[in-house]
Write a protein that binds this ligand. Structure first.
Ligand SMILES: [Zn+2]
Length: 101
């Protein structure tokens, strides 16, 4: 078991868990009902937590969750420094020449 992430709402954690489940990664939610009870703890410690059951899945799970977190914030389009093409914000590399942002 390895702690993957925590989030302020159980909704987000459940969303993450669904993503992992879709990829066949077993995970467990902890702290789901702790919010606000343990007043002496740093508030992030009382957030719902997502744990991966198999440590070997951790790196892949982390990538999936990181990718999701990025998808939620819209990014501005950017122009390629190599060829000058406009790229939409969700692309990490130029569609035209493949240069990374
Ligand atoms: Zn380019």
């Amino acid at each position: 078991m390895k702690k993957l992430t925590s989030a302020p709402t159980a909704l987000t954690i459940h969303h993450y868990r669904n993503i992992l489940m879709a990829e066949g990664i077993a995970s467990e939610i902890r702290n789901e009902h702790f919010g606000g009870i343990l007043g002496d703890m740093p508030f992030t410690e009382t957030w719902p937590q997502l744990w991966v059951v198999n440590d070997l899945d951790y790196d892949r799970a982390k990538q999936l969750i990181d990718g999701t977190a990025q998808d939620e914030s819209p990014r501005e389009s950017w122009s390629c420094k190599n060829c000058g093409e406009e790229n939409e914000g969700q692309f990490a590399a130029c569609w035209s020449c493949g240069r990374e942002l």
